[in-house]
Design a protein around this ligand. Structure first.
Ligand SMILES: Cc1cc2nc3c(=O)[nH]c(=O)nc-3n(C[C@H](O)[C@H](O)[C@H](O)COP(=O)(O)OP(=O)(O)OC[C@H]3O[C@@H](n4cnc5c(N)ncnc54)[C@H](O)[C@@H]3O)c2cc1C
Length: 513
């Protein structure tokens, strides 16, 4: 990738940010035939894009807020992503437990509308289920006063695995994507229009300069840092809202159906979603003033989730039952009114173009990443008066895409790559690194050789999901992973030591003591 970076005189587009948004824009542009360079300062999906609730959804909540346009757009994208990445997106049933007859009426009608909005791309029809069926499907749910449940369909996915597969697709289409490369400045040729970016290789400290016809700022909660490089006196365009998730053993929620609570004690939505043999419970919505790549869950957020989960799980989880806690920051367009709550700010995306032609995208969600890419490239073509090219991503299979996915296979999420990963497992005397998480040594080798993993954290957090699934177990795995990686990357003993200690320091933030 660095060789190709040096060889290219000028790029049509440089995309800053290797999260869902930047990846969507890079794939959209490369598939339309443009030359594209995608730059990520840390690892792909290191930011918000590996910390979502793991839903590919139309957004039942946005329907309640009356944002039909957003629900329609997200429902279409949900259906397209399910078709383009069937190895990562699964049709998931959700149940809303209903305790009053009024709620029965409200949710039955609301979810029928939700089905209808997605039209042909619906994942299945919603139905009201009786009290006895609800109790059978939600074995630990509180039975007192339960009237029944409303069952509906949405998508569920693995966010960082999708990000890695998108990087592979971008490269296969002819683009260049680099992690651990930071944009440090913007260049203006004629003093007016942006003509390129200054980069720094975070691993070697080498500086680069790359010319581009269009520069896109897709840096999520960091967009203002890039906007400042263009205009140091600009006003704030983004506000960040933190969301926290707790991961628990399946015994607290031993159901194949996800649980959706539309209004918790303070009116927020709470999900309990089965994920890689565990259950993910969340989330919160807490305004934060600082953007960070490693946001930390607040005690009050942890208490809120545990308290609310306990209302619905008969077996009540304690702090010591939490296998991992992770926090992410929602990049929301700055509020229009001073007193607007973050949960009320629209999740739809917004594109801004500065007089110097810096293209910035704000807001959005994982589910709509492709449409965000399409809208951004349309806008670049329009602003720079390039001839319009039609989108080519609506039906573009994403790397790994395979028909007939066997969800019972522990390596199902590799899709078409799983054969090669299994061959690597069988070919050498490799061992299981974690039997409980079903993670094998061969997956580390695969991640280094084929998925651009550079650090122990890349492997344990985003190529496999060990850190999010069981933080203590991931700490135990750090040293063997570092040893395998050092061999692959030709690193020495001091690299191993440094990697293990920095991973353990980071992972301690995911453990609840
Ligand atoms: C708690 C929570 C739950 C969510 N759940 C869902 C869900 O279930 N479904 C859904 O559809 N959406 C969900 N979302 C929304 C979704 O996750 C986000 O909209 C999406 O991930 C944002 O992606 P992004 O690329 O804009 O930002 P990010 O993923 O943060 O990516 C921005 C990237 O830019 C990089 N960067 C910054 N500065 C530079 C620089 N100078 N040089 C190079 N790179 C730079 C950063 O390192 C970062 O990786 C959730 C969000 C949160 C917070």
């Amino acid at each position: 990738m660095i060789h190709r970076l040096n060889a290219q005189k000028e790029w049509d587009l440089i995309v800053i940010g290797g999260g869902a948004t930047g990846l969507g824009i890079a794939l959209e542009s490369v598939s339309r035939g443009y030359s594209v360079l995608l730059i990520e300062q840390a690892d792909f999906a290191k930011g918000t894009s590996s910390r979502s609730t793991k839903l590919v959804h139309g957004g039942v909540r946005y329907l309640a807020q009356g944002d039909i346009q957003l629900v329609r757009e997200a429902s279409i994208e949900r259906g397209l992503l399910w078709r383009n990445a069937p190895h990562l997106v699964k049709n998931q049933t959700f149940i809303i437990p209903v305790y009053t007859w009024w709620d029965r009426l409200k949710y039955t009608i609301g979810l029928k509308l939700y089905d209808w909005i997605s039209g042909r791309l619906s994942l299945g029809s919603s139905v009201f289920i009786s009290r006895s069926k609800a109790l059978q499907k939600l074995p630990n749910i509180k039975a007192d006063g339960l009237v029944g449940g409303v069952l509906y369909h949405d998508g569920q996915f693995d966010d960082s695995r999708l990000a890695i597969n998108l990087v592979q697709t971008i490269i296969e289409q002819g683009g260049v994507a680099l992690n651990y490369m930071k944009v440090t400045g913007l260049a203006k040729d004629d003093g007016r229009h942006i003509s390129g970016v200054q980069l720094r290789d975070v691993e070697t400290n080498t500086a680069y300069f790359c010319k581009a016809k269009a520069v896109i700022n897709a840096t999520g909660v960091f967009v203002d840092e890039i906007l400042q490089m263009d205009n140091p006196t600009g006003t704030k365009s983004i506000t960040a809202s933190q969301g926290v998730h707790l991961v628990l053993d399946k015994k607290f929620y031993p159901s194949g159906d996800a649980l959706m609570i539309p209004a918790t004690s303070d009116g927020r939505v709470l999900f309990a979603v089965p994920w890689h043999n565990k259950v993910v419970v969340g989330t919160t919505d807490t305004p934060v003033s600082e953007a960070s790549l490693e946001p930390q869950a607040l005690e009050k957020e942890i208490a809120f989730i545990l308290e609310n989960a306990s209302r619905y799980f008969v077996q009540q989880p304690k702090r010591s039952d939490v296998l991992s806690v992770f926090a992410g920051l929602r990049p929301l367009a700055a509020p229009q009114k001073d007193n607007q709550k973050t949960k009320e700010i629209s999740r739809s995306h917004k594109i801004m173009v500065t007089p110097s032609h810096l293209f910035t995208i704000l807001g959005g969600k994982w589910t709509t990443y492709r449409k965000m890419g399409e809208d951004m490239v349309d806008r670049v073509e329009k602003e720079l008066q390039w001839p319009h090219k039609k989108t080519a991503t609506r039906h573009l299979p994403i790397h790994g895409s395979i028909a007939n996915v066997d969800l019972g296979d522990p390596l199902y999420f590799y899709g078409s790559d799983s054969k090669q990963v299994k061959a690597l497992m069988n070919g050498h005397s490799h061992e299981w690194l974690s039997k409980s998480l079903q993670i094998h040594e061969a997956q580390v080798i695969w991640a280094v050789q084929h998925e651009m993993a550079r650090t122990v954290e890349d492997v344990l957090s985003r190529r496999t999901r060990a850190l999010l699934l069981d933080a203590k177990e991931s700490i135990r795995m750090a040293e063997p992973v570092a040893i395998i990686m050092a061999k692959e990357l030709q690193k020495d003993e001091s690299w191993i030591k440094e990697q293990v200690s920095s991973f353990i320091k980071l992972a301690e933030g995911y453990v609840l003591r």
